[in-house]
Design a protein around this ligand. Sequence first.
Ligand SMILES: [Zn+2]
Ligand SMILES: [Zn+2]
Length: 256
Amino acid sequence: MDVIDVFPRLQMFRFRIGQAYLWRDGPELTLIDAGTVGEGPAIAAAIRDLGHRPEDVRRVVLTHWHPDHAGSAAEVAAWAGAEVLAHRLDAPVVRGEVPGPPPVLLDWERPLWEHAMTVPPAPPTHVDRDLADGDVLDFGGGAHVVGAPGHTGGSIGIHLPEHGVLFTGDSVANVGQLMLGTFNVDRARALESYGRLAALGADTACFGHGDPLVGGAARALRESAEREAAEAARPTPSADRDSRLEVENRGPLTGA
Ligand SMILES: [Zn+2]
Ligand SMILES: [Zn+2]
């Protein structure tokens, strides 16, 4: 696992597939997503390296149920009872009460999906609090839950207006290019959600996959969302897209 500073109080934890974020309010820690199963010890070591105790994690906010995001939530919660939060439509999947609905794959997504399936399943994980659009959580000066259905039914963005920071989960990705996230259960709704997240005007955007955009994110997101919507309206989507995508994380961050 790599640890990348986004801001002094915001770190990105980068796993083989997928990413999680640590937000620090003084001594109080919040994780946005928790990586694949088995990453608990690596996350704990990173938290210690930053001068905190793993027990200082108060909450784990899951952007959606996928195993590259929810996999280690139970491990983190076991340290000292951190609260686990997920949208009410994804929480039953996180708890293992119902199977996760598979995505409706586009042709160019199929080979990428084969690779994504190498992520081990997440163990059933308790969720302490079911979230809904509009909820405001007690970290980051007030963290707004933004309903963003489409990637999964209960996908959410987390918006910190006081800091101009947006966590998009997999509703948006920055893998070789800024784009709508892949593997959606409902692509049309995901496109609507992309527009909604872009309209928040966040200066910094942190994605489930790919490098964060630090500064100037609002304009980049808006232009990308408009481009995606226009492309979706065309009869034949572009065929060369898969050659530009990166699913797996490699090497250190360059630039931004
Ligand atoms: Zn993901
Ligand atoms: Zn996902």
